[in-house]
Ligand binder design. Sequence first.
Ligand code: PLP
Length: 369
Amino acid sequence: MIKKIINISQPIIGKEEIKAVVNVLKSGMIAQGEKVAEFEQNFAQFCGTKYAVAVSNGTAALHSALYACGIKEGDEVITSPFTFVATANSILMQGAKPVFADINPLTFQINAAEIEKKITPKTKAILPVDLYGQVYDAEKINALAKKHNLKIIEDACQAHGAEFNGRKAGSFANAGCFSFYATKNMATGEGGMVTTNDENIAGAIKMFRHHGQSGKARYEYFDLGYNYRLTNIAAAIGLEQLKKIEDFNRKRIKNAIMLSEGLKNIKGIITPTVEENYKHVFHQYTIRVTEDFKMKRDDLIQYLKGQGIGSAIFYPKPLHLHSYFVKMGYKAGDFPIAEKISEEVLSLPVNPLVSEKNIEYIVETIRKI
Ligand SMILES: Cc1ncc(COP(=O)(O)O)c(C=O)c1O
């Protein structure tokens, strides 16, 4: 018998999504069209922004947002070294330089005080990440951006429905960027969205995703653009997922609370910090396994796997230590907190399909060690 694994992530596709996709397929309008427009409208409403523009994935969302915020060759954009590579790659795609600033070890988010040390006359924007599903330090970082006249592009790819002070992720910056990749809290297979209150940013992204065409005059190209369009097929899935996201997030939060309760007071395990006034939506439930724990983190992964529990490291190496960032002059020791954290983090199953019994089993398995 094959042992059942408690998965770290799994998309939840119901009969509603299947029916919606079949309807689009039958309509014959399978590329970008009315479903995409409806998805944009509903997503903007969900985030509390005036506009939302759909694109083909989260990386395209970040790239488009940087373009629309005027980031270009020679500019510097300050971001976290502790994130998925797409965050920094999107800056490089605009010919700009990713300038890293170290993180806060409790929240894993970029640290406002570290950002301020990195500001130069070339700095044009800050790109904070709502890592694991918790909004960045919006109060301090937004104040910093205002003081230095910088744009903010929020990487909310992991934070659909997360909140700070009752406001939703994607509404704190000049542009908020989302991914609907298969493992995300809401998924369309591949897909992305940019949220904004700025009509010009929304308009620029609509051109950028469509080869620089304005949508009014066909085959009139106003600037370099890409094919970053979303399909009606993906949008139809997104519309159904959007109806379920609050429920999905509720289950994730419930699982996270149970995990934190069960794993408290274990020597060498640090459970996630949720800051006051924040609603963390636990795209990942990430603990720190320090040297005080009975087992090395990497051995723990293998041990859990043997017990039928999936786990994963997001991310095993901070970006500045990868070869092409090293070529830009970064080196070990530049961001000591990100470097230490990347050796300690371990994400445990928290997704809505993980049952109460599964959580009890995960806690019990770790406690036994
Ligand atoms: C923090 C972060 N930024 C950017 C992305 C890029 O999104 P996508 O994979 O949809 O291009 C992802 C997801 O993969 C992500 O987790």
